[in-house]
Design a protein around this ligand. Structure first.
Ligand code: SF4
Length: 205
């Protein structure tokens, strides 16, 4: 499978990231910047998929390509190292930094304000923007889009995310079921962005 390093994030994002992280990735590529909570949500997710600190720093440095090295080092480097537990108090360092955010946390804490791109698109986008974003990442099936819309109306955001996962991975899931590699239990609802990634990565590699 694809190696997990700064260079492979573009292709990993397209193939394996849940919509919340694809949204952060696309915003980062568009603006060459992300605001504080977006950086935090994304950094911790990237740590969770196995991107090491050195590669993560390289990823952010290259992505913030309008900044000088000096500004990057002064304003952004420390927070990435802190998230990995490379600096900070004893407790932070012993614990290896912060844990990647669960869906629950992303869905309920710090809703994104204007110009912010963190959060969960199934919850924080309006239906039109959500549909446009799904179409942009290749989810064009009308039944799936309608299902997502209904999930959103019922505030079943995980269900929407799972619905999209099952659609995007339908061929791999069918094959895995045929080979009895995957049991029904393994298809229960995803409640963590890193779980979404892990399942996707395992299915396609
Ligand atoms: Fe991300 Fe969870 Fe929302 Fe899916 S349900 S987009 S993994 S926050």
């Amino acid at each position: 499978g694809a190696e997990i390093n700064a260079r492979s994030i573009d292709s990993l994002a397209t193939a394996h990231f849940p919509l919340c992280m694809q949204n952060l990735h696309r915003s980062l590529r568009r603006d060459a910047h992300l605001k504080h909570f977006g950086r935090l949500q994304y950094t911790l997710f990237l740590k969770g998929i196995g991107l090491n600190l050195e590669e993560c720093l390289l990823f952010w440095r290259q992505s913030f390509n309008k900044l000088t090295d000096d500004t990057f080092n002064k304003e952004y480097r420390y927070n990435v190292r802190h998230a990995y537990g490379d600096v900070g108090g004893d407790t932070n360092r012993r614990g290896g930094g912060y844990s990647p955010f669960s869906c629950q946390k992303i869905l309920t804490e710090h809703p994104p304000g204007p110009g912010e791109n963190h959060g969960c698109p199934y919850r924080h986008f309006n239906v039109d923007n959500l549909t446009a974003m799904l179409q942009a990442v290749g989810v064009t099936d009308r039944a799936v889009l309608q299902g997502v819309k209904e999930d959103k109306e019922k505030q079943k955001f995980h269900m929407a995310c799972n619905r999209v996962f099952e659609f995007v991975h339908r061929n791999e899931i069918r094959r895995a079921k045929d080979d009895s590699v995957m049991t029904a239990a393994q298809l229960e609802t995803i409640v963590h962005p890193n779980e979404y990634f892990k399942r996707s990565y395992l299915l396609k590699n």
